[in-house]
Design a protein around this ligand. Structure first.
Ligand code: NAI
Length: 349
């Protein structure tokens, strides 16, 4: 079914607040989740609400955290999340990073001890809207084999980048470092369909086409994606003194314990480099150049990164955001959660 952005945000905020999140944190979390749904990134939208509600209700997200920004240098800071809501902490940390980069040209803010923060382009787009470049990486639970390995070590460790243009459009890249999201495996299981042998491996580390045999996901482009996942883990885990690699907590285990995840925001102010006007002009030109490239067979147009999401936003604005019926029913119900996420992780022992 389809509902308006405002309706969806209000339903999500209400549910998370009733589960125990402070109202201002529930407001930000709802904003981040709707940001994902309105772009067609449904894997990180309303479908996550019941999981978050269960973790909040079980005590696995601090509902009264003391957020603290610790300045560690002229351009660096650590945002202490105190086990609190990841969306709120990552957004507030990005607000600080933007402020610092406007003054100093660049800012690096590490966000530590947070829960899952969702689709991380929310935070990089925050920067681009403020006329600076945003870059963000974060840890996620281990479910990806290192190149040549038969056991998971890294998470799907996403990378996001956004840059402002001459108008409201922006370049916005937001990608997991795996070939496919875990959700795609679950989808294939639910439909009893096979998967391409490039997505995942079984318990022996052999590529598999049977979604029920999947033991870990494959990184994008073999050793290159593996190296990117490593880079994300170093920047958002080791650099911040947090658990790293396969010691990162699982999303679906120990739902009554805080997660201590890390995220790193880097903000660069173009005004300190080529100049803001020149930078935005050149970004707009590169978008136009890309759109003007001759499309390959089977394609009608070359899109710049993030433009596919802009197309969905425009469609949903007109017709309403598409939401799975079951999710809508849950959102309008009195139920906080159905106790169904504990140990849902297929990699849990
Ligand atoms: P995806 O594969 O759907 O898209 C990756 C990138 O490709 C995007 O920037 C998208 O704009 C671009 N793209 C897609 N089609 C395009 C086209 N036709 N032309 C030009 N560009 C195109 O994204 P993925 O890897 O499935 O990630 C989905 C979301 O999951 C992201 O928002 C990510 O932040 C989130 N995520 C969050 C995690 C967390 O722990 N917080 C962990 C892993 C992913």
């Amino acid at each position: 079914m389809r509902i308006t952005k405002e309706q969806l945000k209000s339903l999500i905020k209400n549910k998370l607040h009733r589960a125990g999140l402070k109202e201002d944190h529930a407001e930000i979390a709802a904003d981040v989740l709707v940001f994902a749904d309105e772009r067609g990134i449904h894997s990180h939208g309303a479908m996550r609400v019941e999981y978050y509600a269960e973790r909040i209700a079980k005590g696995g997200i601090n509902t009264n955290p003391v957020f603290k920004i610790e300045k560690t240098g002229p351009c660096t800071a650590i945002f202490h999340g105190d086990g609190g809501n990841g969306h709120a902490a990552a957004k507030m940390a990005m607000d600080e990073a933007i402020k610092m980069a406007k003054e100093n040209g660049v800012a690096i803010v590490g966000v530590r001890d947070i829960s899952h923060s969702g689709a991380i382009s929310y935070f990089t787009n925050q920067a681009a809207k403020e006329h600076v470049i945003g870059f963000s990486v974060c840890q996620s639970d281990p479910m990806v084999v290192p190149f040549g390995g038969a056991e998971p070590y890294y998470g799907t460790n996403p990378i996001a980048f956004a840059a402002p243009s001459n108008d409201e459009k922006m370049l916005s890249l937001d990608m997991a470092t795996t070939v496919q999201a875990w959700g795609k495996i679950l989808h294939a299981r639910s439909k009893n369909e096979s998967i391409p042998d490039t997505w995942a491996v079984d318990r022996n580390g052999e590529p598999t086409t049977n979604p029920f045999d999947v033991n870990a996901l494959l990184p994008i482009a073999g050793p290159k994606g593996y190296g990117l996942a490593m880079t994300v883990d170093v920047l958002s885990g080791i650099l911040l003194g947090l658990p790293f690699g396969n010691k990162v907590s699982s999303m679906y285990e120990n739902l009554s314990e805080y997660r201590h995840l890390g995220q790193l925001h880097i903000v660069i102010n173009p005004a300190f480099f080529t100049g803001l006007t020149q930078f935005k002009q050149d970004i707009s030109t590169s978008m136009q150049d890309l759109n003007a490239i001759k499309p390959a067979p089977g394609f009608s147009k070359v899109l710049f990164p993030g433009e596919n999401n802009d197309i969905v936003i425009a469609e949903y604005k007109e017709k309403g955001i598409e939401i799975v019926d079951e999710i809508y029913k849950y959102l309008i119900s009195d139920t906080i959660h159905n106790n169904q996420y504990d140990h849902k992780n297929p990699f849990a022992k």
